[in-house]
Design a protein. Sequence first.
Length: 312
Amino acid sequence: MSAHQLQSRGETFFLNLRFLLIVCVFVGNAIEPMITRMEGLHVLYLWIFTFHIPLFVFVTGYFAKSNLTGTAGRKIMVQIGLQYVIFQSLYSVLDRTVFHVPDIHHSFFAPYLLLWFLASHLGWRLLLLAMRKWSPRQQIAAAVTLGLLVGYLPLDGTWLSVSRTFVFLPFFIAGYHFSFEALNKKLTRNVRLAGIALSIGLFAVILIGGNRLVPGWLYGNMTYMQLQHEEWYAGLYRLALYGLQLAAGTVFLSLVPKRESPLTDYGRRTLYVFLLHGLLIRIAAASLRHRRCTVGWRAPLPEWPSSWPPSG
């Protein structure tokens, strides 16, 4: 297989992956309001979060290969900045004028939930540019170290998404240096079957002991103190979590189809689906509030997802 064919198949593979991940985002956001009432959904929610944010960052790093530096890189960063300003303004205006959301703070320094990904994307690009003269191993080592250390800082994790930028930086750098050729050789039928078995096994492990895993660790936006760990060795918990996310992400990669299909085309359109799907959730929540007011429904209302993002 020629280098061009490999590059094309690599792009197809990662577009397929990106579509599957956006599906995970929708599922995760949809079930979050119900996870405290249904044990099965809680397990599914944790299973999804062990891999889908790290893999979204990984995919983003992979596609940054062709446009990190030079004019293309500058254009992408300007584009990300404009998207952030536009959607941050849009959601803020809608919350005040249409949805009338109470007690919510709007600021360009506090990314609006899912928009943290845009703020962090800018940060990942700038940090990788600053480290571009280092070897890939040095970059990964530095990124992991920064991801561990940021948890000790007494800062608000939502401020410009600083915490998530450093926590997920290793996955961006790993994606940037990732070789699809190496993966392509290993994605045999037996490997895929093993991936299915391991994925089911991970789900079973979460089912048995998932109550011990605090979801805040998976979001990446909380300090160790906020996670009730003030010990000097709290960073070791995040290091262990990196191991879990690496394993879960690797297993999920083995399940992604390599051939071009309708998934590939959908994968090209995930960014704005991701940016706009928050509007659909707001509309759904507003509809439920209206229904409760008109028919006297007393069931708890779903809240805006606390964890997301997610994922473009």
